[in-house]
Design a protein around this ligand. Sequence first.
Ligand code: DON
Length: 312
Amino acid sequence: MNIEIEKLRKQLPEWVKSSVPHSSAGKVASYIPELAKASHDALGITLLNTKGEFASAGNFEMCFTMQSISKVYTLILALMDNGEDKVFSKVGMEPTGDNFNSMLKLELVRPGIPFNPFINAGAIMVSSLIHGSSQQEKSERILQFFKELANNNNLKHDEDVFHSELESGHLNRSIAYFLKGNGVLDGDVEEVLQIYFCHCSILVNCADLARMALVLACDGTDPLTGKELIPHRVVQIAKTFMTTCGMYNASGEFAIQVGLPAKSGVSGGILALVPGRYGIGVIGPSLNDKGNSQAGIELLEKISQEMKWSIF
Ligand code: DON
């Protein structure tokens, strides 16, 4: 067995234990009421290498919705469906420095397209670019793509979280109507929002995230099946956004402290990767004020520093 995996298996339980207390400084998201049910001090992690060897610790078997982590893979699908020119005529390539649900710059900065595909405005825009003849078909294509990437045919939506967000997502609704009003977003706003809420509500565990991340770590090919799932250039774009915008307005600090491409979600998940080597899935529902997992970030900092994994 790989020496590094052995070290990880040995050390992970202790690293998880020392990171858990950091949860108390954060809060579980409650603006989507259904998410507030998650356990405040849960923390789990799975790492998966290119030989299929796992190292896991803590509450790694817990299921949670992908939320914003799904935005990485809907961007990828939109790029595969439409090509770069079309996608980047509708969404920019720059970090905002604002919160993930902010619509401030849509009005302030011309031409009024979302700054990047990971803020809510950008991801809603991306959802509108997914190909399919109906809203159901588009959502089904997304789920099917995620199943292939996670190598898990059992992935499904969490209907309760989906309906909870559909009912409470007033801010997202206003962002989408604003984009529509400005002539940026095409199509029916409510249908686009359903596609967006639907992919945010896909249920995963840490192993699913690790497998999905491993495909990106290996430039689009799943090393365990040999299948090429994403073109190399598209992976390059996704990993760049993960590095510059993956943790929203905390992406700079994360790059300095952890130094790995990553993407967070408000359910407390983080997907990260070590290029060419590991896919990583983390869950820790207590969030900091930027909407990122408080203990999850602490744990990734510890691991990256101990293993000397920063890409910088
Ligand atoms: O649209 C929302 O607000 C959620 N479905 C996703 C936001 C999210 O995960 C932000 N991440 N930290």
